[in-house]
Design a protein around this ligand. Structure first.
Ligand code: ATP
Length: 457
């Protein structure tokens, strides 16, 4: 990741089919992004790796895919209709909008946590310290106003007979409302977890930093339902597992750190983030929260359904505690791209850009490259054979050196070159993205060669 800037990442994404600006031909739509053919593969692989690690390999975790639109009472129970807003201030001079808590935290270089401050306390701090507009440098603020973060839409057949519904601002409520369903239908015994990957929507005041903070994003998260006695063990366990997941995706330990919260929500018993060294500095990548019995208790209260669990062995009845582990798929995508981005100077003095992605995340596992166009028939045969097992890409234009560079830039771990010898003895060269070393193999041996090298374990 040496010397990687956000501009370099954004340009690579745009030029190599990874991520485009949303609705670009209409001038874009602020802070929306579209994944291109290469990006969608990487993101899907990220989601697969997460699901494999946290659902497939854990017999006590069950997946769900809940509806984005939920009964509005869910958001009353979760507190979002009441409290999900940010304190915003506008600069009267340049009309830019900021979050008051961010202004304070940036000014104090993180030494002050504004999370638990009241609006009055924040206004006082900003005034006493004469915190200026980061955009135009003036000190001329509107008072703080609360800015609602939930997107509203409506449903109903007749005008005037519409109900407001919300685009979910977090996926986890889909797990809480299905706690009883999953427990009953799967005969699940506490402790067990429910996991989900899905879209969330937040009308963020200060989105930005490319896909770091957007108004529509995907979350990968799980809720572990457990007894109070075990809850801190699970909390610590998920801290370890969340970190290990990142290390196993080839993140360098120097670029990750735990950040324990010192101020907690009134119901929370512990909370911690993992920070990553993004191009714009250390920022939250994911969170692990001990949420006590708060969520299920609130849903019991608002739905009138008992959320108690009856332990079949001890006959004890209780509302389980919840440990939440949540990571944004898009934020992880940005971290993965940052971490994988490398510029290397080659022996001939040329620079190559290479995305050293974990092979399991690579958009294509194999690039099929006929040395010359008239080798196309044989190369297509190889493509057809390998694409039954792996995502492959085919490139026949430009010098072989240029084609290798293009594959390096999107992180393809193996390039298979078809040459005239291939026609004689069915062998090809396989080039390794990272070492650039080449070996010769029989076409029939390629699959077995690649399979163990692209596993995520
Ligand atoms: P932040 O403090 O950055 O706003 P948060 O603490 O509100 O994040 P959570 O509600 O705990 O975040 O969401 C869990 C994860 O979802 C975050 O760690 C992050 O990876 C991701 N996430 C949250 N908000 C956004 C967003 N607006 N855009 C992209 N990813 C997001």
């Amino acid at each position: 990741m040496a010397n990687v800037t956000m501009d370099k990442i954004v340009n690579l994404c745009k030029n190599r089919g990874i991520i485009f600006q949303g609705s670009e031909i209409y001038g874009g739509m602020g802070n929306t992004w579209d994944y291109g053919p290469v990006g969608v593969e990487i993101k899907n692989n990220l989601k697969r790796a997460w699901w494999k690690r946290f659902v497939q390999e854990d017999s006590s975790t069950y997946g769900v895919d809940a509806a984005i639109l939920m009964n509005p009472r869910v958001w009353d129970a979760s507190g979002h209709t009441q409290n999900f807003s940010d304190p915003k201030m506008d600069c009267k001079k340049c009309k830019q909008r900021f979050r008051a808590d961010n202004l304070i935290e940036e000014y104090s270089k993180g030494s002050i946590s504004a999370e638990a401050m009241t609006n009055e306390e924040m206004e006082k701090y900003i005034s006493e310290n004469q915190i200026k507009c980061p955009h135009c440098g003036n000190f001329d603020w509107t008072p703080i106003r609360q800015f609602k973060l939930m997107f509203e839409t409506s449903r109903g057949t007749l005008d005037g007979d519409k109900d407001i519904v919300y685009l979910r601002p977090e996926t986890c409520q889909g797990e809480y409302v299905n706690f009883l369903n999953v427990q009953r239908s799967m005969r699940a015994k506490v402790p067990f977890a429910i996991a989900q990957i899905g879209k969330s929507f937040r009308n963020e005041i200060t989105p930005g930093n490319f896909i770091f903070r957007t108004i529509e994003f995907e979350q990968m998260e799980l809720q572990k339902f457990c007894k109070e006695d075990d809850s801190f063990n699970f909390y610590n366990d998920y801290k370890t597992k969340a970190m290990q997941f990142l290390l196993d995706l080839n993140f360098s330990p120097e670029h990750l750190k735990f950040h324990d919260h010192d101020k907690l929500a009134f119901y929370a018993k512990a909370a911690c983030d993992i920070f990553y060294l993004f191009p714009m500095g250390w920022s939250e990548l994911n969170g692990i929260h001990h949420r006590s019995t708060h969520d299920l208790t609130r849903h019991q209260e608002f739905s009138g359904k008992s959320m108690q669990y009856l332990d079949p062995i001890t006959n004890e009845k209780y509302i389980p505690n919840v440990i939440e582990y949540s990571i944004g798929a898009d934020r992880l995508m940005l971290a993965v791209l940052t971490e994988a981005y490398n510029e290397e100077t080659l022996e001939d003095g040329e620079t190559r850009v290479v995305l050293k992605l974990h092979p399991a995340l690579a958009p294509y596992k194999v690039a099929i490259l006929p040395l010359q166009k008239n080798l196309g028939t044989k190369a297509t045969e190889v493509y057809k054979k390998l694409s039954k097992t792996f995502m492959c890409t085919y490139d026949e234009s430009g010098s072989i050196g240029k084609r290798y560079r293009r594959q390096d830039e999107i992180g393809v771990p193996f390039s298979v070159t078809i040459d005239f010898e291939t026609l004689e003895n069915d062998t090809v060269t396989i080039r390794d993205r990272d070492t650039m070393a080449q070996i010769r193999l029989k076409i029939d041996e390629i699959e077995d060669y690649i399979k163990p090298r692209i596993q995520f374990n």
